[in-house]
Ligand binder design. Structure first.
Ligand SMILES: Nc1nc2c(c(=O)[nH]1)N(C=O)[C@@H](CNc1ccc(C(=O)N[C@@H](CCC(=O)O)C(=O)O)cc1)CN2
Ligand SMILES: Nc1ncnc2c1ncn2[C@@H]1O[C@H](COP(=O)(O)OP(=O)(O)OP(=O)(O)O)[C@@H](O)[C@H]1O
Length: 190
């Protein structure tokens, strides 16, 4: 199946899910993530602010802040994605062209030198060996082609988003790990 068809299929599934189910499943994935050494070792976590029917990141954001980790979330400017620190879920935010909440332009930029960074990525579908299919903006692929070497990447997935027919092109970046509600996979160790 091509990327567009997979996106359509998975998006239909997720759109039909109750918010309460998404919240519950996200919580289970999150609980598995926070047991992992890669989470414990990270001083900084790159996350995203959930919107609509997708993985709910509130639990992970709160847990990271409770664990004294720095948390940064994306802001989009044209084709570029930058990560900015937030201090809490009620920070001053604005809404971008898709209705996704994002930090204000002037808020401090993620600095890789401030400590080991773990990026938890969204995605529409994930597969073996770290393959990942996003929403089609190429934001994560472009970001990782530049900064991929100074952080670790773990995908946040529900079991039904895992499939082995994800088409990977040269510019698609592979993840180092993946968490679902029932397993944590490591594709690339240190
Ligand atoms: N919460 C959250 N924030 C995020 C992402 C995400 O997946 N979730 N992103 C992850 O990258 C980036 C935003 N990327 C996006 C890419 C496309 C669309 C979008 O709505 N696209 C259109 C058309 C897509 C197409 O051409 O097929 C659409 O779906 O209608 C939205 C966000 C950064 N912030
Ligand atoms: N490293 C890169 N440099 C320039 N363009 C890129 C790069 N990576 C992806 N793109 C472009 O971004 C667009 C979307 O790519 P693709 O469909 O693989 O995105 P995606 O994986 O779904 O999105 P995302 O990475 O945001 O989750 C394509 O037009 C692709 O050419």
């Amino acid at each position: 199946m091509n990327k567009k068809a997979i996106r359509k299929e998975i998006n239909t599934l997720i759109d039909n899910m109750e918010d309460s189910i998404l919240t519950d499943l996200s919580r289970r994935v999150s609980e598995l993530v926070i047991e992992q050494p890669v989470w414990k070792e990270a001083k900084q976590i790159l996350l995203f602010l959930s919107f609509g029917k997708e993985f709910k990141t509130d639990f992970l954001i709160r847990q990271a802040l409770k664990d004294q980790k720095a948390v940064a979330v994306p802001r989009i400017c044209g084709k570029e994605m930058t990560f900015h620190y937030i201090k809490g879920l009620d920070d001053a935010l604005e809404t971008n062209r898709w209705g996704i909440r994002e930090p204000l332009a002037g808020s401090p930029l993620w600095n890789p030198e401030k400590g080991k960074t773990l990026m938890l990525t969204p995605g529409v579908a994930f597969g073996p060996e770290g393959s990942r299919l996003g929403r089609g903006g190429g934001f994560y692929d472009r970001f990782l082609s530049e900064k991929g070497d100074v952080l670790k990447t773990v995908g946040l997935s529900f079991e039904w988003q895992f499939r082995d027919d994800i088409p990977m092109e040269e510019q698609d970046r592979r993840l180092d790990g993946l968490s679902t509600e029932s397993r944590f996979l490591i594709f690339k160790a240190d």
